[in-house]
Structures are given as C-alpha cells and as structure tokens.
Ligand binder design. Sequence first.
Ligand SMILES: [Zn+2]
Length: 152
Amino acid sequence: MTRVARPAATQIACPPSWTMTRPVVHLPDDLRHEIIDHCVAGLPNEACGLLALHGDRVVKAYPTGNSDASAVSYTVPVQEHYQALTDAESNGWRLGGVFHSHPRGSARMSSLDMERAVEPDWVYLVVGLEGEPEIRAWRLGRHVVDEIDLSS
Ligand SMILES: [Zn+2]
C-alpha cells in the first residue's frame, strides 16, 4: 500500500496558544463547593483532604482532619489517608491529589507547601480564604511548582 500525502487542506494546525496552554484539571462545581465548605468549617485552622482522580477529572473529595491542628500547616492523618486510598482504588480511581486551605492567605503554594510537595503526579489544590474563597491548582514541575488550569 502506498502512502498518500494528505492534502494540505485537511491538515489542521493547532494554534500556538493551544499547544502552549497549561494542563487542565477538571473540578466539578459540587466538589469545589464541598472543598470550600470543609475549609471554611475548619477555620481558624488550615483544613485539608485528599482527591480521587479519573484521568484529569477530580471525581471525589475526601475531607479529612488536620492532625497538625494548626493555622499555618496541615497533615492528613495516616488512617484517613489509608481509607481514602482504599476507597479510590476500589472504585478504579487514583488517589492523585490533596487540598488544603490558607485561612488568611491566597491560593498560592507557600514555601512550606513546596517543600512538602513530593508526589510528582499529584495535583495540589490550595484554597485561599483571605477574601472570596479561591481555589488554584499546582503540581511539581520545572519551576518547583507549576500552576494547572482548573475548569469545571
Ligand atoms: Zn499551604
């Protein structure tokens, strides 16, 4: 069989803006609200939880306690981490992210967050509560952490 070059007209080139865009993680609105509610309920301390992903979509949030009981740091309790992992895997999902709040700060990763972010494939959601609640997504990348676009 001979190869036939495709006519130029059928070649659709991606605009540069497409290929240069950041990766996207989908966070449905109901999960976004559940995460924010958990973080607001945890005030004045930082609140946290884990995330199950299916592909690039967050499919479940696991609000957990914060064993640091602190306004400036968080640690997901080991037992709750294990429960979330078991639940995610039994549903065919991947435990692939964590969220936590900054009670008086923005949704940017702090230097402590970057120090503690060790999972290369995880999505790190930060909930900034200094004004209107805001969620931004990060992951380990070339520049320590890279921001990921969030869509519903
Ligand atoms: Zn933080």
